[in-house]
Design a protein around this ligand. Structure first.
Ligand code: HEC
Length: 208
């Protein structure tokens, strides 16, 4: 479910950005053909649908997100998006180039922040103890549950349901060490023994 929302959100963000960039070009450089195109009724409806989907999916993801991922950067990003909306509405309606430019700049900045937020999230946690930990404890210490949930079923940020996983031990170890897509790599966080215990724990989830 969340994966679907994430994809929909990403798609609408890209469409939204593209739309506003083209509208901005039309206004700033007075491209009559492009302006007429954006004035079409069908396009205005399309724009409304895209903006609504973009905001609704964004808010949904925000609410569903674990508190650890709600960083200041994320709040700033959201504030920028909301600040840009009235500027865009007024700027484009009144053909005010300064306001329109400002709104496009805010939107682009917030997109840049979103990308930064993603990078920070990619940094993996580490285990700060030399004591021998059980696989379940390592799972907790490394915050695997942020994306996979305590029971392995959460599937946040595009994560897979660990209880439904059909991966072999070797593949699980490989994925923990190297990460994949939104999943960070834990190569530097685990000793070989810890990796083994963690993999035992993940395989035990598979059977549930
Ligand atoms: C930031 C989110 C995130 C965190 C934290 C995270 N994962 Fe993942 N995990 C993912 C994503 C996303 C995938 C799916 C990757 C893909 O195939 O595109 C995944 C997939 C997996 C898979 C493979 C499942 C399959 O059948 O393909 C395993 C096993 C796994 N994670 C274990 C762990 C363990 C153990 C930890 C903690 C050490 C962990 N993950 C932490 C996001 C995360």
């Amino acid at each position: 479910m969340e994966t679907g929302f994430l994809h929909l959100h990403k798609t609408t963000v890209i469409l939204f950005l593209a739309l506003y960039l083209f509208k901005w070009i039309a206004l700033t450089f007075n491209v009559e053909g492009l302006k007429a195109f954006f004035a079409k009724k069908g396009l205005r409806i399309f724009e409304m649908v895209i903006s609504t989907l973009f905001l609704v999916t964004g808010m949904y993801l925000m609410v569903k997100m674990p508190a650890e991922l709600r960083t200041n950067l994320l709040w700033i990003k959201i504030a920028l998006v909301f600040a840009s909306i009235p500027l865009a509405v007024i700027g484009f309606k009144r053909s005010n180039k300064i306001l329109a430019t400002l709104s496009v700049l805010l939107i682009i900045t917030s997109y840049g922040l979103a990308e930064m937020h993603k990078k920070n999230k990619g940094k993996s946690a580490t285990i700060e103890t030399t004591a021998t930990l059980s696989g379940q404890e390592i799972y907790a210490k490394l915050n695997c549950a942020i994306c996979h949930g305590q029971d392995g079923k959460l599937m946040l940020n595009g994560a897979k349901d660990l209880t439904a996983s059909t991966l072999s031990r070797a593949d699980i170890e490989h994925q923990i060490l190297n990460g994949k897509n939104a999943m960070p790599a834990y190569k530097d966080a685990l000793t070989p023994e810890q990796l083994k215990s963690l993999t035992d724990y993940v395989t035990s989830l598979q059977q549930k």
